[in-house]
Design a protein around this ligand. Structure first.
Ligand code: FES
Length: 107
């Protein structure tokens, strides 16, 4: 099962074992990453699961669809080119070693 590392806003890192098929958001929530509040439960309507995919991984994660891109642009003040909604990234074995950064709360 893939290992995923979350870099928290205080720069502490938490590495967890993820389940194939789970979303990155669910992986964070299941492992007590409190900064990912995921208010909408993963239906791509709240943006409270925002993260940054680190440079080394941005080409290995599937690109965001139109709905995700629109929500990032409209709801996240500190959005960057590597901003993603973690509920829209699904774990596969290819993502073993993925590192994502969790920003300070956008809310
Ligand atoms: S959990 Fe609401 S947009 Fe991802």
């Amino acid at each position: 099962m893939p290992n995923i590392t979350f870099v928290l806003p205080d720069e502490n890192q938490v590495t967890v074992v993820a389940n194939d098929g789970d979303s990155l958001m669910q992986t964070a929530v299941d492992n007590g990453i409190e900064q990912i509040t995921a208010d909408c439960g993963g239906c791509c309507s709240c943006a409270t699961c925002h993260c940054y995919v680190t440079e080394a991984w941005k080409d290995k994660v599937d690109a965001p669809d139109e709905m995700e891109t629109a929500l990032i642009e409209s709801a996240i003040e500190n959005a960057q080119e590597n901003s993603r909604l973690s509920c829209q990234i699904f774990i596969t074995s290819e993502l073993d070693g993925l590192v994502v950064e969790i920003p300070e709360s956008d809310w």
